[in-house]
Design a protein around this ligand. Structure first.
Ligand code: CMP
Length: 140
């Protein structure tokens, strides 16, 4: 199995409710290591660019408003098949469809305030990591 990295965001609904430790424990308990992490206030321009692929979707403006409504924690997670592993740990985008034990089932408030973002492919993980972290921010 391949050791991979994936990009993760703990969203404003998670920081607002002091859930960052509980969510990080889910990653670590499942074998993913947090190899870089930073708490930031995303700007509107950063959120618009990060979610640019969704620009034409009806929820885009609300998504940008939500992601800039409070601090987020941007992270790099590392482990075996990290992209897929993280998607399983997070659960379905809509918490109503998320499996028991997943982050979104336990913590998400709605499809928008769904506590976490995780890259959907290794290719996007590399792009998303590079958007928020310099190589020198990630110890080898
Ligand atoms: P995320 O993995 O961060 O990627 C895009 C986000 O858009 C998604 O999680 C959801 O939180 C958010 N979103 C809001 N409304 C919708 C919707 N109707 N369908 C899909 N994603 C939505």
């Amino acid at each position: 199995m391949a050791i991979e990295r994936t990009f993760s965001i703990l969203k404003p609904d998670a920081t607002r409710r002091n859930l960052t430790g509980k969510i990080n424990a889910k990653f670590e308990d499942a074998g993913l290591s947090i190899v870089a992490q930073r708490r930031i206030q995303m700007t509107t321009a950063q959120a618009e660019s990060f979610y640019g692929v969704h620009r034409e979707r009806g929820f885009f403006r609300d998504l940008v408003t939500f992601m800039t409504s409070g601090p987020v924690v941007v992270q790099v997670l590392e482990g075996e098949n990290a992209v897929l592993a993280n998607r399983e740990i997070m659960g379905a985008t809509n918490p109503a469809n998320a499996a028991a034990g997943t982050i979104r089932k336990e913590f998400a408030e709605s499809i928008e305030a769904n506590s976490v973002h995780g890259s959907d492919s290794a290719e996007n993980a590399a792009i998303e990591i590079a958007y928020f972290f310099a190589g020198c921010d990630i110890p080898g």
